[in-house]
Design a protein around this ligand. Structure first.
Ligand code: NI
Length: 321
């Protein structure tokens, strides 16, 4: 492989959008205002900013924070794939640092931007798959919160082949020096949210005659309604700050947006475009609901979608495990 082209993000369009970083204001830092704010902060914390050792602190702090929130421009390098190389290309142990937006404390790495980095690479390089694993020490956790120095937070985002092909994923994790079981253990706590909706359906296969449909589906071939319940289970790591695996209100919002508002008070046979062509059994609904939710969630976190058709019958889909 030969080095073929170097291109600057600015030349491939959407440069601002492609920068994998927490977006701060487009305006450059106002250092004078920041110095004043640090001086006020010192006063508010009970220090005298005129004291000898603190006299130059506002300037130093303002400059340091400004540097931490100002990303350096960078150039992505690609190689002409003249030899038809189809396998993984892995860059390991790339150091990074930034500023935690919750506490303005530095960290070596950032959990929140894992997905942004993966999507940026995916969009810029259009590979078959992208995997990003970040292991970061957050000073906001080392110094406060759990107060354990060296506490590392690991986050991962897998897209394309690395998300869907278990063998490719295994190879990537092995090369990256991460045991899948370690990731799995971090995703060991399950939480679940229940939503409800009511809808009409008829179990009827248009390819069969009425007689055959009656044989297969009995009285369910007639249009009738159910009060459905939907349980969505999500796995994850407990956030040491919130104690949550996931804010279940956010999960609820997602389930309502992707599913409930489309199916509530509807005829599932005729009114829901993304159910077209499926016989709306609880089984098919569970799979269809999974397919709506899974792409919207961090890789590997959606664990089960269970559809209760009555209080006696449910069907559950776990993503073909
Ligand atoms: Ni029914």
């Amino acid at each position: 492989m030969k080095l073929a082209a170097e291109f600057d993000l600015a030349t491939i369009g959407g440069a601002e959008d492609a920068m994998p970083r927490i977006d701060r204001s487009k305006a450059p830092p106002d250092l004078a205002a920041a110095r004043g704010a640090v001086r006020d902060l010192l006063l508010a914390l009970g220090f005298d900013p005129c004291e000898e050792g603190l006299a130059d602190t506002p300037r130093r702090v303002a400059a340091t924070l400004a540097a931490l929130v100002t990303p350096q421009p960078f150039t992505m390098t690609t190689f002409a794939n003249t030899e038809g190389y189809e396998d993984l290309v892995l860059a390991r142990a790339i150091p990074f640092h930034s500023l935690c937006q919750h506490h303005l404390l530095p960290f070596i790495g950032v959990a929140q931007i894992t997905a942004q980095i993966a999507k940026c690479l995916d969009r810029t390089l259009t590979p078959k798959g992208v995997g990003v694993i970040l292991e970061a020490e957050h000073l906001c956790m080392s110094l406060r919160g759990v107060q354990k120095s060296g506490t590392k937070t690991m986050t991962s985002t897998l897209l394309g082949t690395l998300r869907h092909d278990p063998r490719a994923r295994e190879e990537f994790l092995a090369l990256a020096g991460v045991r899948e079981s370690n990731l799995a253990r971090r995703l060991a706590v399950l939480v679940s949210r229940r939503e409800s909706f009511n809808a009409a359906h008829q179990l009827y296969d248009p390819a069969l005659s009425d007689e055959q449909n009656r044989d297969v589906f009995g009285k369910c071939m007639n249009l009738h309604g159910h009060n459905y319940m939907l349980d969505v289970a999500v796995a994850g790591e407990i956030d040491p700050e919130t104690g949550y695996v996931m804010d279940l209100k956010r999960l609820s919002d997602l389930v309502c947006k992707e599913i409930i508002q489309h199916v509530d008070h509807r005829n599932l046979n005729t009114d829901v475009p993304w159910l077209a062509g499926r016989i709306p059994t609880a089984e098919n609904l569970a799979v269809a609901f999974w397919d709506r939710l899974e792409p919207q969630m961090p890789a590997g976190t959606l664990r089960a979608v269970r559809v209760w058709e009555t209080d006696k019958n449910w069907a559950e889909y776990r993503g073909g495990e």
